[in-house]
Write a protein that binds this ligand. Sequence first.
Ligand SMILES: Cc1cc2nc3c(=O)[nH]c(=O)nc-3n(C[C@H](O)[C@H](O)[C@H](O)COP(=O)(O)OP(=O)(O)OC[C@H]3O[C@@H](n4cnc5c(N)ncnc54)[C@H](O)[C@@H]3O)c2cc1C
Length: 293
Amino acid sequence: MKPSPFNYVNPDTIEKALNALSKHNNAKLIAGGQTLVPMMNFRLSQPELLIDISNISKLKNITEDNKYIEIGSLLTHSNAIKSNCLKKYFPIISKAISNVAHHTIRNEGTIGGSIANADPASEWPLLVTLLESFIKVQNKKKKRKILYKDFFESHFITNLRDDEIITSIIIPKIKNSYGWSFLEEAQRDGDFAVVEVATIIEIGKNNLIKKARIAIGGVDEKVIRLKKIENLLVGFNLSENLCNFTKKDIDDQINPISDNHSSIEYKKHLSFVLIKKAINTAKEQILNVEDDR
Ligand SMILES: Cc1cc2nc3c(=O)[nH]c(=O)nc-3n(C[C@H](O)[C@H](O)[C@H](O)COP(=O)(O)OP(=O)(O)OC[C@H]3O[C@@H](n4cnc5c(N)ncnc54)[C@H](O)[C@@H]3O)c2cc1C
């Protein structure tokens, strides 16, 4: 199918884009077009005006200070994988984003488009949730800085308003030494995840776990954090068994739905297996780094 007819503008500043957005009732921003164009081709989305923001260079930067890294919303998946700054502080980004679709899609698709789309099985929403990020948005009148848990609301639904643009994502740097892991199970290479899990385990004095983060996608209406298991891990020594929980403990915290590929029970089983593996991978990573010193 072909999209319904639309007009097109290509502003080179945020102000011009916001101006166009505020003047039209049925306008849509387009960044990489990797989600919106297929939706328009299927006529699931029929905007009368497309506002192409891909030429706004101000939205493509990565900057850092002592506390934060700020990623412009137009950063493509491919450039996120290549970024030395992101690799230095958060190697998990390169690992996770390499699982997004294929090269051609990664070359065009953006972090802003991915989180605006809010697919609960997508990699960027998983990372933004794991990394406790803020999403900076603005309309013609004001700017907002929204914490990840207030931004994602449900399947494909966010707190973003129709007249707002996501300008950047702010990730707090992690001060403690930490281990991390990203695991995903998909039907084929490049497919959306059936289940995806990411962890960060921060270490304090005497090798005791100071903070644990476990994010899981594909098993609820949005990416969720497994707070019960995270709290359980705090205070553990790395030499101990960290997976002292049952499948029921996980089942109680997730709410998967069945689809053409997998049943609810399969997703629950997969979640349990991946979470245990992810925790142990992060633990091994910390222990191996210590051995290398
Ligand atoms: C075959 C295929 C496989 C895929 N596999 C995966 C996968 O495995 N994992 C995965 O995560 N993704 C996957 N994707 C989706 C891909 O990652 C998209 O790039 C991403 O979801 C959207 O980014 P985009 O820049 O292309 O957004 P667009 O398609 O341009 O826009 C998507 C939506 O976001 C809005 N939007 C875009 N930018 C902004 C902004 N700055 N502010 C506010 N709203 C904005 C648009 O208005 C639109 O509603 C796949 C896509 C395809 C076609």
